[in-house]
Design a protein around this ligand. Structure first.
Ligand code: HEM
Length: 159
């Protein structure tokens, strides 16, 4: 696993301090952006019969529950910046689970883009180039572990 610099950690922690107190609304901004980038992902959240609009999806409790789960993973990563390695098994397993429900690894990258979009909207002028890079570095570590788990699960199935 890659390491983050001390400056990266400081920028991430400071910016998450207020955002992390309001996880669901920020997660909704993130996933609304994600569906703009990849509308095909909506059908993977087919919790409601006949729901195929972002609005239908975003208003379902199960979807909001998934947003909470995503934000808690980000929260866990922010809390373990000095020891992201300790989350590796969990993230590998999470990648496996997403392979099983039909999420592609390319979509994980779009979540990263959507995360940056949410940070930009929420932080305004505090969204600087070093802060963007710090979040990108952290998210890349998370996604790299999830993608390894995803690949292992795919290989296991094609055995
Ligand atoms: C690429 C877009 C994504 C899609 C389409 C997606 C879809 C899903 C689906 C369909 C499930 C199973 C149903 C559920 O628990 O609601 C799930 C579970 C979950 N997802 Fe995602 N997901 C995505 C990205 C992410 C990301 C980036 C994270 C965290 C960083 C994440 C965290 C979770 C967690 C923690 C669970 C529960 C796993 C468990 O049951 O143990 N998801 N996801």
């Amino acid at each position: 696993m890659e390491k983050l610099t001390g400056k990266d950690k400081e920028l991430i922690r400071n910016s998450w301090e207020s955002l992390g107190k309001n996880k669901v609304p920020h997660g909704v901004v993130m996933f609304t952006r994600l569906f703009e980038l990849e509308p095909g992902l909506l059908h993977l959240f087919n919790y409601k019969a006949n729901s195929n609009s972002t609005q239908d999806c975003v208003s379902s409790p199960e979807f909001l529950d998934h947003i909470t789960k995503v934000m808690l993973v980000i929260d866990a990563a922010v809390s373990h910046l000095d020891d992201l390695h300790s989350l590796e098994e969990f993230l590998l397993n999470l990648g496996r689970k997403h392979q099983a429900v039909g999420v592609k690894t390319q979509s994980f990258s779009l979540v990263g883009e959507s995360l940056l979009y949410m940070l930009q909207c929420s932080l305004g002028q505090a969204y600087t180039a070093p802060l963007r890079q710090a979040w990108l570095n952290m998210y890349s570590i998370v996604v790299s572990a999830m993608s390894s788990g995803w690949t292992k699960n795919g290989e296991h199935k094609s055995d």
